[in-house]
Design a protein around this ligand. Structure first.
Ligand code: GLC
Length: 400
């Protein structure tokens, strides 16, 4: 079996981490299968998959296409960007079609809205196409409309939670079939023991005094990831509590207008009077090491989170987690059992949960221990391989 995977970005966001886990688990379960990845841009993802023996081809997406998205500007701006992207779009379709054809796939598995649309347009006749959808489609008018328009060229949609499944089904209205497939975490990399990043040094801060409780938001700079909520929560914490906050991550995507800049967040932090109590580390590649340096990992997305890789990653590192309880995220933790929840965007509630954890070591350890156990049972690579292989081998996908 020859499978071609398509993905627009080469930077490591949640969808890319999920792709690496997926490739690793299939590689292990089916070593004879030939896995190939076609990317719209280079980046650390290339090395991560080449290490797995997956061969990688980059077909660079022109700027006008890479920047095209649903955020920033209204309908008119979107229409103008689409018009501007038209010629590059046509020539990119041709290039991608050639690249895919040369790889002679038996199956195409496309992630990311842009590659899903392109996948639908370039799939050779008779080659099944799977869309791997990681986000709510109805939240994104342009992407949603384009996916709906092309849905008859896709054989099956795999999604990352029941919650996203409901959203995609509502948009597609029955075809193609939508199958939830939970992400997994690399339990060998994300472990409780191991190196711990010096987060103070990474943020250019003086070392925090002994006994400081370290709490961090680990996320890309997408505007809905809740940086504002996190900063406001830190400002609401009782002054006598020895807490230092860390914003871990950076703006890694190219889509225009969809992300915070670091300057913007730093300005917001100083408006809130957080100087010296907050550090900005920028993007860190060794995420487990950064997580191990924290006492509490915060997930604060203000819109329903489709899945929330960071939640299972932090649990795997045996950290206490506070997560926003909405969307697919509520399917992966049990509030009060293996993590604590807070309503999305509610800075006061988030501050309350951080305070509870900072003041109660017993609670913190219990949640952390249970979190590691939960991911070991539910979110390991062998489970993903078994589910995905059976999806690939379904009659529906058999090449005619
Ligand atoms: C996207 C989603 C995120 C999910 C990831 C992997 O980035 O927004 O919730 O964890 O994909 O499925």
């Amino acid at each position: 079996m020859r499978i071609v995977y398509l993905n627009p970005a080469g930077q490591m966001g949640g969808a890319e981490t999920s792709l690496v886990d997926l490739l690793a688990s299939i590689r292990e379960a089916k070593p004879a299968w030939r896995l190939m990845l076609v990317l719209g841009a280079g980046g650390p993802l290339v090395e991560n998959v080449e290490q797995l023996g997956v061969c990688c081809t980059i077909v660079p997406m022109p700027d006008a296409l890479a920047k095209l998205g649903d955020s920033g500007g209204g309908r008119l701006a979107t229409a103008l960007s689409l018009a501007r992207a038209w010629l590059p779009l046509m020539s990119y379709t041709r290039q991608l079609r050639d690249a895919v054809r040369q790889l002679k796939p038996d199956l195409i598995h496309a992630a990311g809205f842009k590659m899903q649309i392109f996948g639908a347009r370039v799939r050779p006749p008779g080659v099944p196409l799977i869309w791997h959808i990681h986000d709510y489609v109805r939240r994104r008018p342009l992407a949603g409309r384009l996916l709906r328009f092309h849905r008859h060229r896709c054989d099956l949609a795999v999604v990352n939670s029941q919650s996203v499944a409901a959203d995609v089904r509502a948009l597609f209205g029955g075809r193609p079939e939508v199958v939830p497939l939970y992400n997994v975490v690399d339990l060998v990399r994300f472990t409780p023991e191991g190196t711990r990043t010096d987060l103070d040094a990474a943020s250019g801060l003086e070392p925090a005094p002994a006994g400081t409780f370290r709490v961090g938001l680990v996320a890309t700079f997408a505007r809905w990831k809740g940086h504002e909520t996190f900063l406001r929560a830190l400002a609401l914490l009782p002054r006598q509590l020895p807490v230092r906050g860390y914003v871990i991550g950076g703006p890694i995507y190219q889509t225009a207008g969809s992300q915070y800049s670091r300057e913007e967040l730093e300005r917001r932090a100083s408006e809130l009077g957080l100087q010296g109590r907050i550090g900005f580390t920028g993007h860190l590649t060794d995420v487990p090491s950064a997580m191990r340096a924290l006492d509490c990992v915060v997930h604060a997305s203000t819109e329903p989170e489709p899945f929330g890789m960071v939640i299972i990653e932090a649990m795997a590192c045996r950290r206490a987690v506070v997560a926003a309880n909405a969307g697919g995220a509520v399917e992966i933790f049990k509030d009060g059992f293996d993590a604590l929840g807070h309503p999305p965007g509610d800075a006061a509630a988030l501050a309350g949960q951080i305070t509870r954890l900072a003041s109660d070591a017993e609670l913190r350890n219990r949640l952390a221990r249970q979190g590691r156990e939960s991911v070991q049972t539910l979110f390991h690579r062998r489970r993903l391989a078994a589910e995905l292989v059976s999806i690939y081998q379904r009659d529906l996908l058999a090449t005619p």
